[in-house]
Ligand binder design. Structure first.
Ligand code: C5P
Length: 220
């Protein structure tokens, strides 16, 4: 079984995807982690975000592994655990350069399909999972929430990870990322055909996970 969950940053899709996968006892594929890993690699190697050819080569040569873990997926880059490093504000702010490149997306879509094939049954989460990467998924969700609620959630996550945050800056970043994600030429963020839309603005994490699970059980 393949379940896809797409939606904007901070909509609650990561936690929902993790909880759904856990409840169904199947794997969870965090595709944002693949874009974040390439962003981190480019920043570390000081590759210019405008040099698309060099970035594509970097993505082709990258050694990325995702290891399922109960709390969050662990991400290995060249064999080293970068799970925390890929969540830094610097990586978040630069990931759109990686996400906008058709050449890099091609490499990462291939990687995501390969990871999916290795996992068997899984819940995949991202921006283009139901529309581009797994268009034949059994069940597709599109998760949305107001920008203000999403900014508040992102602040809480970053504070919990020990980072300093300013709410207004996070909100501005979220609005900007929405604009970039939904207006980019390749694989823009969009509700996939046949997806069930869920608005999590006034939901707790548990309520969202419950809604998804109920829908999956009705379809089985
Ligand atoms: O979901 P997350 O915030 O980790 O995504 C990191 C970056 O990767 C974002 O810029 C997002 O637009 C991009 N992304 C994407 N397609 C996906 C998953 C993430 O373009 N399937």
């Amino acid at each position: 079984m393949i379940i896809t969950i797409d939606g904007p940053a901070g909509s609650g899709k990561s936690t929902a995807a993790r909880k759904l996968a856990e409840a169904l006892q199947i794997a969870y594929l965090d595709t944002g982690a693949t874009y974040r890993a390439i962003t981190l690699l480019a920043l570390r190697r000081k590759v210019s975000m405008d040099d698309e050819a060099a970035l594509i080569q970097l993505a082709r040569d990258a050694d990325i592994h995702l290891i399922p873990a109960p709390d969050a997926v662990r991400v290995l880059l060249d064999g080293k655990d970068v799970s925390d490093d890929i969540r830094s504000p610097e990586v978040s702010d630069n990931s759109h350069y990686i996400a906008r490149s058709p050449g890099i997306r091609k490499v990462l879509v291939k990687l995501q399909r390969k990871l999916g094939a290795e996992l068997g049954d899984f819940v995949s989460e991202g921006r283009d999972q139901g529309s581009v990467v797994f268009p034949d998924a059994d069940i597709k969700f599109y998760i949305v929430a107001s920008p203000e609620v999403r900014a508040r959630r992102r602040c809480e996550e970053l504070i919990a990870a020990g980072q300093d945050v300013v709410y207004e800056q996070i909100l501005k970043g979220i609005i900007e990322r929405d604009r970039r994600d939904s207006t980019r030429a390749t694989a823009p963020l969009t509700k996939p055909d046949g997806a069930v839309e869920i608005n999590t603005t006034s939901n707790t994490v548990e309520q969202t996970a419950e809604q998804l699970l109920t829908h999956v059980e009705q379809q089985r």
